[in-house]
Design a protein around this ligand. Sequence first.
Ligand code: BGC
Length: 743
Amino acid sequence: MRDRIVIIMTMITVLVACSPKNGEKITGKTKTDPFIEQLMAKMTLDEKLGQMTLYTTDWESTGPTIRSGYQDDIRLGRCGALFNSHTVEFTTLLQKIAMEESRLKIPLLFGYDVIHGYKTMFPIPLGEAASWDLAAIENSAYIMSKEAAASGLHWTFAPMVDITREPRWGRVMEGAGEDTYLGSRIAEARVRGIQGENFAKADRLLACVKHFAAYGAPIAGRDYNSVEISERVFRETYLPPYEAAIKAGAKTVMTSFNDYNGVPASGNKYLLTDILRNEWGFNGYVVTDYTSINEMVNHGVAKNQTDAGIMAVNAGVDMDMQSAAFQEKIKAGINDGRVKMEKIDASVRRILMLKKELGLFENPYRFSDKKRETTTIMAKENLDASKDMAKKSVVLLKNSGILPLAKKPMKILVAGPLADDKNNLIGAWSASGEGRHCVSLYEGLRQHPAAGNYSFEHIKGCEIEGNDQTQFSIILEKAKTSDIIILAIGEHKDMSGEAASKSVIRIPGVQEDLLKALKSTGKPIVTVIMNGRPLILNDVHSNSDALLEAWWLGTQSGNALADIIYGDYNPSGKLPISYPRNEGQIPIYYNHKNTGRPLNPNDKYTTKYLDVPNTPFYPFGFGLSYTTFTYGVPTVAKSTFSSQEPITVSIDVRNTGNFDGEEVVQLYIRDLVASVTRPVKELRGFQKVMIKKGETKKVTFTLTKKDFEIYNQNMEKVVEPGEFHVFVGGNSDTQNKVSVTLQ
Ligand code: BGC
């Protein structure tokens, strides 16, 4: 390794330096406030523990157990926050119990999983990430928050910022994909969209960054499984989006179910205190995930619920979701000195402070305006925003030229189990979204202004699951007399989301057989896939003339897809995650290391499989357009820079096709020689630019010191001088590069 000068950055990683001197230190700067202090002086221990307790109502369940009697808990001051409770009517009813029947009349806080829409549904988060459009993502988060806040809610359990390299994991649908840089920018955008400048405004919510930490790295992709990653991978790949969300102002954090380095997150002091509060200065409150305190008994780190509760509060948890461990069990630990009262007070203070900042002590019903609820929910501008987001989220994976459809008389056969489906379009984690409000693909195609050119027929052909092929003969007859087939296939919405991991990530049932059968008619096929995770699409690709990745696009699905299919909108999405060629390649991601034996097809003893290429089927960042873009060579003003100097990289991108279109121009770097092994590419910038046909646009990026930082062998964050390649192109496969040297 070449000699290098190591420039140690001001912020040194923490492992040792920033850890509190002893386990008892009360961490994070909690604001104090005379009103809160006076209130706390009046509170009994039970009432304090009540504020640290969050229960679900009996409206719906997002986890295993429902506690009965939560209304009595409110009366008795044994619960300060509720989730799965919404609508002005229901939240008002519950708030009244707190305000009129509890001793101290402390207002309740209402939370809910508003993940990608409240009533107006937007694309699933993985789909939104495919837009690479931060303004649109921020707006989507804003609209969902506005609707939820109008329906009596204060707090959403979003954004989920878990990076994942695991398409088998069902919750891949809920995040922003595999990349840390893209994920961090999206995390910030979502926090801005949810909380705005002032989370107390009537159209905003408190954000909750989840699931802290590394929930997206379960071994073998099985939900809730252990996470076994090195500190380096943890810090480089998984941690930054949480930090970005917190730096963007997120006020609450949710722990994850998994253990990290042998310690379940809800009892992990390293995560909740050393990193979150001491390193990052987080001063909001930490809530656990659903019953995850109790689950520490199953993890085998606590003998019983009491010990688990004590472990959680001492690690840095402020609020217990559904375990009832704080409310019912940890008094024993307070009495015998295992839990310091200051610890309890600090948590209660944090929670009450946020209730105060939300304005709930002034007016506990300020989010309970029936008229606002009626006028806000599913307002036209919300539906327009949903359609806009849906169009931007679609990724064109293949096009032999059949799309956009020619505007001439044609008979269109709209086929497949998802072609006229509405219920699946809301995707998993759909809050109070309803399938009946969604526009199906078939509806969208027929109600579009361009529909007059065509005649339509619809047959399902098969179901999403099962082996039934009895409709095949009928559909094949119809296909023969049609000019074109639009086939919608994919997953059921419950095949992704929580507790929905799969070992085989292919389109289920006989749907691919249906595609193959239709292909035999020789008619052109536009395949639209609807799904919540990367799928193995090799055969789907080869049997289709055009292929659109349409995720679960939400309320406006059909209208958005019709705009794309008819050419009113030119697809601009790019995959936020790699699509494998087969399950055996998983985990597969673009920012892998070079290894000591990089692939050489002519040398047996290099890193490769005998039966499948190393590359993914579709790489990260990939997506086509109806037009084509040609990239010039990236340029820099000089080849050598000091590490303090910003580096400007410019490139000409030319629209060489026949349509105006947007391109996501992506910039990656590679650190050629460092004190530790570095990925072959790392995303460090992107811009989504509209380029008219025939036009050339100069796209300029500025790289700063931060973009070149790495953790050295001592886990210090440094910039190491030396040569870097800077790649600029339309996906992570690009080899279009310039070399720069940092001194
Ligand atoms: C999920 C969380 C969710 C919580 C409350 C849990 O099962 O992991 O993401 O916020 O339930 O519904």
